[in-house]
Write a protein of this length. Structure first.
Length: 214
């Protein structure tokens, strides 16, 4: 099974990627993980990526594409893979096609923006590592950690304004990929459910349909 996983930030892609990995025994190929590994391994492309990262700059598409090409050609991906976080744009998708990467399906996890904003902006964390949610997993005392008694806080990435900006970027840059892959007959959409287990069941059922159609 060779998949691309699409979905807005906060849609639950990481959780579903882990569940797909458990089912099909294929690795998740995530851009961030590849960049970190390349940086630590010191390969030619890794050192090039490191030079951009150390300077606080975005790693160019051509470098990321080269790293992904190397990864997909490795033994770990010979039985399949899940691409998570790439491609993010139409040019990246075209580059993926140009390198000859095989894709059985593009799974798009659909969750409404307001639901994502509720999920992410409701998170509360503590410096001790504990995490809560004002709706789904509240602390016993509002704003206070159950474990250590310290004040809870909102991570910068979870602030509502930040979440809305990330969603805007997703809709502008990444969502057009649904039409791109839909035109190729590869798009499979799954509506995110209220319960994670129900979403997982829907995702795995959709992938079984892909297997049957191969």
């Amino acid at each position: 099974m060779k998949l691309i996983l699409l979905g807005a930030p906060g849609a639950g892609k990481g959780t579903q990627a882990a569940n797909i990995t458990a089912k099909y025994n294929i690795p998740v190929v995530a851009t961030g993980d590849i960049l970190r590994a390349a940086k630590s391994e010191g390969t030619e492309l890794g050192l090039l990526a490191k030079s951009y990262m150390d300077a606080g700059k975005l790693v160019p598409d051509e470098v990321i594409i080269g790293l992904i090409k190397e990864k997909l050609a490795s033994d770990s991906c010979k039985n399949g893979y899940i691409l998570d976080g790439f491609p993010r744009t139409i040019p990246q998708a075209e580059a993926l096609d140009a390198m000859g990467a095989e894709v059985d399906a593009v799974l798009s996890l659909e969750v409404a923006d307001e639901k994502i904003i509720e999920r992410m902006s409701g998170r509360r964390v503590c410096k001790c590592g504990a995490s809560y949610h004002v709706v789904y997993l509240p602390s016993k005392v509002d704003g206070v950690c159950d474990k250590c008694g310290d004040a809870l806080y909102i991570r910068d990435d979870d602030a509502e304004a930040t979440v809305r900006k990330r969603l805007e970027t997703f809709h502008a840059q990444t969502e057009p990929l649904k039409d791109y892959y839909g035109a190729k007959g590869l798009l499979v959409t799954v509506e995110g459910r209220e319960e994670v287990e129900d979403t997982t069941a829907a995702v795995l059922a959709a992938l079984e349909g892909v297997e049957c159609g191969k």
